[in-house]
Design a binder for this molecule. Structure first.
Ligand SMILES: [Zn+2]
Length: 490
């Protein structure tokens, strides 16, 4: 019997291996011919100069509004007027709540759903004590011929300037949009979960006027080199089709206070230690979303032959992929709501027993998990039922935008036309962007920055020596010109 079973098993396994070896050969990207794009005219010199100027204006945002230097935002608005005279002449511009900008380029038929290009004008502050670490001062906008240096060079004055350059060029070239085009520039994107988000006010303004948007393009994914020797040598163009949420909860344990000379077995802090352990040991369930699977599938079709023997069996490897991803924090954050215990507080003095001990826990929710679901999760996994849970701050996760919309397909097509070695993939954005505020008036919300950058450079955003290679600006401008022309011209 056992021999028979072994024979049957080996035969089945042999057939499986045979099929796999053949399938792997044909496991290739879906064939589609992309005609290369004609050269796009861009004003490189003007773009570089304007980005340098934009960086010099200190549009720093803070959670405490009284710290914001509003005069700098006014300077930024004036700078845009001066730098882009055709936009000033041809687009309506209004200042929204209290320093965001909304431009409207009226199309021939305003009844059509409009196109919105987003950027934020604000930047994060320079961490105290790090000013001297910069190769070039963070607000000088130095252009050394290879890089433009400064806060906002990558996040995201580069993007904003490229959008402006594209629209200025299109006006000059006599392009007339069929549908309305909106440029929406928020003033406080970097203040996470702000109740007074400028982008939210812009959306409310548009909504009150009955505007519907065909698509929104904001910061998010970029084009990253994907090189593993002998396996893959391509570029990964990530289009963010959703973003995670953000919620801070304070979890507290109450206890009788008193003098520390006569302590109980466990103080409030001691009991809180169990709460922390419960939270960390009981993570949210992980799930490979269709977007993540699509990402793996697209990459899997682009690797070399022996590696494809593995990647063509993704369906079989799902549990293994999940298990591995759960162990690598950056990968785990793609597949589950994350839990990070970040701050703790006990009594105010060393010799006083705490009457209340609390921790702040930051969660990043997967789309589909609400801040309320997170609270229920805390109540469920923490064994101590005598806890207090207080919501400090929250921003819900976005929805998933489709990958078969006109806008998504156009992004994909333009990426492939400009470089056939691009792999265009949908993905889940970890951080927050202004884009999600537009969901009430738009189904197709994408987070994509058309810039080729390596991971090393990306790590300097929000950090020391933020800088952008000048060589990537023309492609960015060209993308926005082509995208606008195709989206609003047909
Ligand atoms: Zn940003």
């Amino acid at each position: 019997m056992a021999v028979l079973f072994l024979k049957w098993f080996l035969a089945t396994f042999g057939v499986f291996v045979g099929i796999t070896l053949i399938r792997a050969v044909f496991h290739l990207p879906k064939k589609k011919e992309y005609v290369p794009l004609p050269e796009e005219k861009v004003n490189r010199e003007r773009a570089e100069k304007n980005l340098s100027e934009a960086i010099k204006i200190k549009t720093v945002s803070y959670p405490e509004e009284e710290l914001v230097d509003w005069a700098e935002f006014k300077r930024f608005h004036d700078f845009l007027d001066e730098a882009y005279p055709l936009i000033k002449e041809n687009l309506e511009r209004e200042v929204v709540a209290p320093a965001s900008l909304l431009y409207r380029w009226k199309g021939e038929d305003s009844s059509l759903d409009a196109v919105a290009l987003l950027s934020h004008m604000d930047v994060v502050p320079i961490s105290e004590g790090t000013e001297k670490d910069w190769t070039h001062p963070p607000f000088d906008g130095v252009n050394d011929g290879e890089f433009i240096w400064g806060r906002g060079a990558l996040d995201m004055k580069n993007h904003l300037v490229c959008v402006m350059e594209a629209i200025e060029d299109l006006i000059e070239e006599g392009f007339r949009p069929k549908r309305d085009i909106y440029l929406c520039f928020g003033h406080n994107e970097e203040v996470v979960g702000s109740d007074n988000a400028g982008a939210h006010a812009i959306m409310e303004t548009l909504k009150s006027r009955g505007v519907r948007l065909e698509c929104v393009i904001d910061e998010g994914g970029a084009i990253l080199p994907l090189k593993i020797k002998g396996i893959v040598d391509k570029y990964l163009a990530g289009v963010g089709i959703a973003e995670k949420g953000y919620v801070d909860y304070e979890v507290s344990v109450l206890h009788k206070g008193g003098h520390s000379s006569q302590p109980p077995k466990h103080t409030a802090l001691g009991k809180l230690a169990d709460v922390i352990k419960d939270l960390e040991n009981n993570q949210f369930k992980s799930k490979l979303t269709p977007a993540t699977l699509d990402l793996f599938n697209k990459i899997g079709r682009n690797v070399s032959y022996p590696a494809r023997i593995i990647t063509c069996n993704l369906w079989l490897l799902k549990p293994l992929i999940k298990a591995v991803m759960k162990r690598i924090p950056p990968a785990a954050s793609l597949i589950r709501t994350t839990t990070a215990v970040t701050m703790a507080q006990g009594s105010p003095a060393a010799n006083v027993l705490p009457q209340k001990a609390s921790v702040t826990v930051n969660f990043r929710q997967m789309p589909g998990t609400t801040a309320e679901d997170v609270k229920k999760h805390i109540q469920k996994v923490v064994k101590n039922k005598d806890i207090e849970i207080e919501l400090l701050k929250s921003k819900e996760a976005s929805r998933f935008s489709p990958t078969d919309s006109k806008a998504y397909k156009l992004i994909e097509e333009l990426c492939m036309q400009s470089n056939p070695d691009n792999i265009v993939v949908p993905y889940l954005v970890m951080g927050g962007t202004d884009a999600c505020f537009f969901e009430p008036i738009c189904n197709n919300v994408y987070r994509f920055a058309p810039f080729v950058v390596n991971t090393g450079l990306l790590l300097c955003t929000h950090a020391t020596n933020e800088r952008v290679p000048v060589s990537i600006l023309p492609e960015g401008i060209a993308f926005f010109k082509r995208f606008t022309r195709r989206m609003a011209g047909e």
